[in-house]
Design a protein around this ligand. Structure first.
Ligand SMILES: C[S@@+](CC[C@H](N)C(=O)[O-])C[C@H]1O[C@@H](n2cnc3c(N)ncnc32)[C@H](O)[C@@H]1O
Length: 281
């Protein structure tokens, strides 16, 4: 049943055939994805694939990658990387794939931290691939950046990304603030798990991304509640907490964190909650 692809094919023909299969499987951006898959199989970039359409190649590896994608495995896990804030982060199934929406959290943190000319100590809670903490360290080299995650394998991946990208970030295995006793930060940022366990999700998210990165009890609010109970102990006076939030959680979180305000993403959806440690006088 199904398809058969010749052992050898021109790059152009393979891309065309793969594009059709991806499209039929309901995967959008199918031509771009087909080009990325064959580029990865050849160890080249997409420009090479476009320029060398007539080249013949042995298709076995590209076919295997295509089969994985047709099974709805996210492209980022197949390629082993995803771009975030203009940099390439290594990802595997131990970490959430960085999302473009999360760049709003980074932008807002950079804007709030512009006062910290003499440096700032910042903590990223639930760092995953390390995309937030590493980006902030690279954008503001004089900041002292710390990051924690409950997943040891995520910490390992974040460490590899920090090394590859040359970011000096202190990484610790910790359940929220548990291993940070006595420390104080000027800013705490987090993109915690916030999806309710019964929410419907695309197959490529639910079946492939780590459960601990996605879901939280209490309709997705459980980790926010724990953060709300503890964050003040770890923030210096005048400090800020910034949280990525789910589209529908704005009202609930505005009441959970007093004095907070919402920032929208480019689609106009509430995306980041900004919480001052101290209420304005
Ligand atoms: C939504 S992912 C965010 C990953 C990354 N910061 C990003 O924005 O792509 C949430 C992360 O929080 C971590 N996490 C979940 N519960 C945690 C807890 N109790 N303490 C620390 N980290 C936790 C997960 O392992 C996961 O890496």
């Amino acid at each position: 049943m199904g398809f058969s692809i010749a052992e050898f094919s021109s790059i152009r023909e393979w891309v065309q055939s793969a594009t059709e299969k991806l499209h039929s499987a309901g995967l959008n951006a199918s031509k771009l994805e087909a080009q990325m898959l064959v580029a990865h199989a050849l160890g080249k970039d997409r420009t090479f694939v476009i320029i060398h359409g007539d080249d013949l190649f042995e298709t076995r590896l590209a076919d295997e990658l295509l089969t994985r994608r047709l099974g709805h495995e996210p492209l980022a896990y197949i390629l082993g990387w995803r771009e975030f804030y203009g940099r390439r982060f290594r990802v595997d199934r131990s970490v959430l794939i960085p999302r473009h929406e999360t760049e709003v959290l980074v932008e807002e943190t950079l804007a709030l931290g512009s006062d910290c000319s003499s440096g700032c100590r910042l903590l990223d809670v639930g760092t995953g691939s390390g995309c937030i903490a590493i980006t902030l360290k690279l954008e503001r080299p004089n900041w002292d950046v710390w990051a924690v995650d409950i997943s040891c394998s995520a910490i390992q991946t974040a460490r590899e990304n920090a090394e590859t990208l040359g970011a000096d970030v202190c990484l610790r295995h910790s359940d929220l603030f548990d291993q940070l006793g006595g420390m104080k930060f000027d800013m705490i940022v987090s993109n915690p798990p916030y999806i309710g366990k019964d929410e419907s999700l695309p197959k490529e998210v639910r079946e492939f991304e780590p459960e601990a990165a996605l879901f939280a009890d209490d309709g997705g609010l459980a980790i926010y509640r724990r953060i709300a109970d503890e964050y003040r102990t770890f923030l210096n006076p005048g400090g800020w907490l910034l949280l990525e939030i789910g589209q529908t959680q704005g009202e609930a979180l505005l009441s959970l964190f007093s004095g907070s305000r919402l920032v929208a993403d480019l689609d106009g959806n509430p995306r980041v909650l900004v919480v001052p440690r101290d209420m304005p006088k």
